[in-house]
Write a protein of this length. Structure first.
Length: 304
């Protein structure tokens, strides 16, 4: 029996109706009937009892179906795996995230993506605050959801996923902590933490050296991880600018010794997708789409 004949037999054995079987197979009923008759002639006995009202398997048909199904399913799975690999939909995709709250979105997208693409494995890793691009450049990551800006010639800055209002994270006892909002000019009265490791353009974007009117902003200790930053702020050693996700108590950042003050004239903080320009694959671009679709399904402003 040829593979198409096996498919016709198994489909009719499942539907027990020539019309429905033909519709599923995109064939005419006569083509299905001819194939079954050909198989029955070859075997020397009927596979179906059929009349104007009912179609049912004979004992031979029941036995043949039981023998054919496992092998046919293996063939289908093998073809599906080969097709997935040929389209780039197989293998491991290593995805980096820079904070727990943004990781929630990637985890949800990965779960849905892997259900639809069984031969894909999405591995999620943390991106160090002090080295935002190193994992991608070294080939240790394929994709990441990261804080912008990105001005790296070998990296592609993909779509923006989050665009969040900025807040000043400051000790709750500081005078500015009592205000409902501040402006960028007020940063001249604050010692600002910075981050050790990222490029200067990235540091200056998030911790500007001067206010809009040109007043210098004092820089305090440089940190390499989020937890150290929270501790420094709480102890009064400095402040820093973050997206308003920082005030979300679901991620343990909303503490009594920290205040989160809106900065009314600061540009939004953007988080976007990023990958190596020479390593873009069908699987990668498909997962980018999955992340964006998952983001659309979540409440506005931040992943829940």
């Amino acid at each position: 029996m040829e593979l198409r004949e096996i498919e016709i037999f198994l489909t009719l054995a499942e539907e027990l109706h020539f019309g429905r079987a033909a519709e599923r197979l995109h064939l005419t009923q006569s083509r299905v009937s001819q194939s079954i008759k050909k198989q029955e002639r070859r075997l020397g006995a009927p596979l179906f009892d059929r009349n104007n009202r009912v179609v049912r398997l004979t004992d031979l048909g029941i036995q043949l179906r039981a023998d054919l199904v496992p092998g046919f399913r293996q063939i289908q799975d093998a073809v599906a795996r080969a097709s997935a690999a040929g389209r780039g939909f197989a293998g491991v995709l290593r995805v980096g995230v820079q904070a727990a709250w943004s990781g929630d979105l990637v985890v949800a997208a990965a779960a849905a993506f892997c259900v639809a693409n069984r031969d894909c494995d999405i591995q999620i890793r943390e991106v160090p605050l002090s080295d935002p691009f190193g994992g991608l450049k070294a080939g240790q990551l394929d994709l990441q959801l990261t804080i912008r800006p990105v001005e790296e010639p070998d990296l592609t800055a993909g779509p923006v996923v989050f665009s969040l209002p900025r807040v000043l994270v400051i000790a709750s006892g500081h005078p500015l902590a009592q205000r409902p909002a501040i402006g960028m000019e007020d940063l001249a009265d604050v010692c600002m933490l910075t981050v050790a490791g990222p490029p200067n353009y990235w540091i200056n974007h998030h911790s500007p050296p001067r206010t809009p009117e040109g007043r210098p902003i004092l820089r305090g200790p440089a940190v390499t991880e989020w937890e150290t930053a929270w501790s420094h702020v709480a102890s009064g050693r400095g402040a820093f600018i973050a997206g308003d996700w920082a005030a979300d108590d679901r991620y343990h950042y909303a503490r009594s010794d920290l205040a989160f003050v809106a900065i009314h004239d600061a540009p939004p903080m953007e988080w976007g997708l990023l990958w190596r320009s020479d390593a873009e694959t069908v699987m990668l671009t498909s997962f980018v789409k999955a992340i964006l679709e998952q983001r659309e399904a979540m409440p506005a402003r931040r992943a829940r």
